[in-house]
Design a protein around this ligand. Structure first.
Ligand SMILES: Cc1cc2nc3c(=O)[nH]c(=O)nc-3n(C[C@H](O)[C@H](O)[C@H](O)COP(=O)(O)OP(=O)(O)OC[C@H]3O[C@@H](n4cnc5c(N)ncnc54)[C@H](O)[C@@H]3O)c2cc1C
Length: 426
């Protein structure tokens, strides 16, 4: 007899990136029944610089993947190096106050995201993957999510008291508010990433690249693999592509990076690219969290900073912890519609307080790094006061955890459906 699928949950979480899996783990631990919908098969590579700031390591341990992370991640990141043209300026990164987790490290998303998702599964989360979310209907306390397994024509209707949008920022959800997406303009940023083996990039360095028309970063991640990621303006990319007709965008970008930056040339001299360049975009930076439509948002779905600071994973993990601390509060019971409305307002305010300054700092840094005049100013300041880079990393959130880790609430029967929503399809 085929297994009867559970179709009613306390919470449906859309997207199994770091934000979605982290939230699902915390809610499931508190006894909530949680469905986690992910449209891609894992493991999958992802456009990301893959640096995880030290501030997140205690949370990874609390979520249950700390030992696996410690065993797999790349070397401790203790120095930042600002690269522009033939110039390079290095500064110490700030150390976190935690006695065991003082430095950030880098880990490929094909590994990190699997670790978190498997932990969610182990905590009793119902993982629907690969499944596409087709529609969200309803209101706080009474949601319907139509989900279609990839390759199937039939869809499944999930009922839930709460919907958490953790689907990132690359695509629209079938429940978007108007005006959310960025328009298409010359300044749109497209993101690229590739991995290289045999690179001579110093282990323990985060290299930040200031480019004319973009910015990027390089780091040694797990298994000695270097990650090179960058963002390039639409108009700059179009010009570069017109100079190399018929060449793939990633290869055009790699040629540009090697040409524009001596540090990239040196790091990649003798290195071999592993796999193709990945590309996505345009970036949709800005704040999206609010309390207007009843859906809770975390990670990039809540707001996205220019990735020049490499703080997006922090914001994903920490916004999940912040939301869960609001949802779980003093009691583990699932909040009703009225309680959700209050929580949503308080969560949105707390999110802004915690993360909006990082968005502003990242925007200033990114816009300076993308312009030759701004880069000249940055390099002059950093040469005169290298401590500014250290202080910038500190202000950007590298060592400060912005949210309480949700206390483990008194557990209820794991994986059960909520009283208000329990049902099974025949
Ligand atoms: C060039 C670049 C470099 C970066 N470097 C760093 C760095 O070094 N350090 C750092 O901390 N951050 C970095 N970031 C930012 C970081 O990658 C993101 O902030 C982070 O991935 C956000 O996590 P998330 O969980 O919110 O979303 P995501 O990681 O985007 O996960 C969303 C998930 O939702 C799934 N999904 C989407 N739509 C649907 C749907 N309709 N139904 C079901 N599933 C869906 C997706 O498949 C995906 O798995 C970088 C970003 C870029 C662009």
């Amino acid at each position: 007899m085929s297994e009867v699928p559970l179709t009613a949950f306390d919470a449906v979480v859309v997207g199994a990136g770091p934000a979605g899996s982290a939230a699902a783990i915390q809610l499931a631990r508190a006894g909530w029944s949680v469905a986690l919908i992910e449209r891609q098969r894992f493991p999958r590579r992802k456009v990301c610089g893959e640096c995880i700031a030290a501030s997140n390591l205690p949370l990874l341990h609390a979520l249950g993947i700390g030992a696996a992370f410690d065993a797999a991640a790349g070397p401790a990141l203790q120095q930042v190096r600002l690269l522009a043209g033939d110039d390079a300026i290095a500064a110490e990164l700030p150390a976190a106050a935690h006695e065991r987790h003082r430095w950030g490290r880098a880990l490929g998303r094909e590994t990190l995201d699997v670790m978190l998702l498997e932990q969610a599964r182990a905590e009793g989360v119902t993982v629907l993957q690969p499944c596409v979310l087709q529609a969200i209907q309803g209101t706080r306390g009474r949601w319907h999510c139509d989900v279609r397994p990839l390759g199937s024509v039939a869809s499944l209707r999930l009922r839930s008291a709460l919907v958490i949008d953790a689907h990132g920022s690359w695509d629209a959800l079938p429940f978007e508010r108007p005006g959310r997406r960025v328009g298409h303009g010359a300044s749109d940023l497209f993101a690229f990433k590739a991995n290289f083996s045999g690179s001579s990039l110093p282990a323990g360095d985060i290299a930040v690249l200031a480019l004319d028309g973009g910015y990027g970063g390089m780091v040694v991640a797990d298994a000695g693999m270097a990650t090179l990621a960058c963002c390039i303006r639409r108009d700059r990319l179009a010009r570069l592509r017109s100079e190399m007709p018929g060449v793939r965008a990633g290869d055009v970008v790699e040629a540009f990076l090697r040409r524009a930056c001596a540090g990239v040339r040196q790091a990649l001299d003798g290195a071999a690219r592993e796999g193709p360049w990945l590309a996505s975009g345009p970036l949709a930076t800005g704040v999206r969290v609010d309390a207007s439509d009843g859906i809770f948002r975390i990670g990039n779905a809540a707001g996205e900073a220019h990735p020049i600071l490499g703080e997006g994973l922090s914001m994903a993990l920490q916004s999940a912890a912040l939301l869960c601390s609001h949802l779980l509060g003093a009691t583990a019971s699932v909040p009703d519609a009225a309680a959700q409305a209050g929580m949503q307002r308080r969560y949105a305010a707390a999110w802004r307080q915690a993360f909006a300054p990082r968005l502003r700092l990242a925007a200033v840094f990114a816009h300076l790094a993308m312009r030759p005049g701004g880069t000249a100013l940055l390099m002059a300041l950093a040469r005169r006061w290298p401590g500014l880079l250290t202080q910038g990393a500190r202000l950007g959130g590298k060592v400060r955890f912005a949210a309480p880790i949700a206390p483990p609430a008194a557990p209820r029967a794991p994986g059960r459906a909520s009283a208000g929503a329990a049902s099974r399809t025949p």
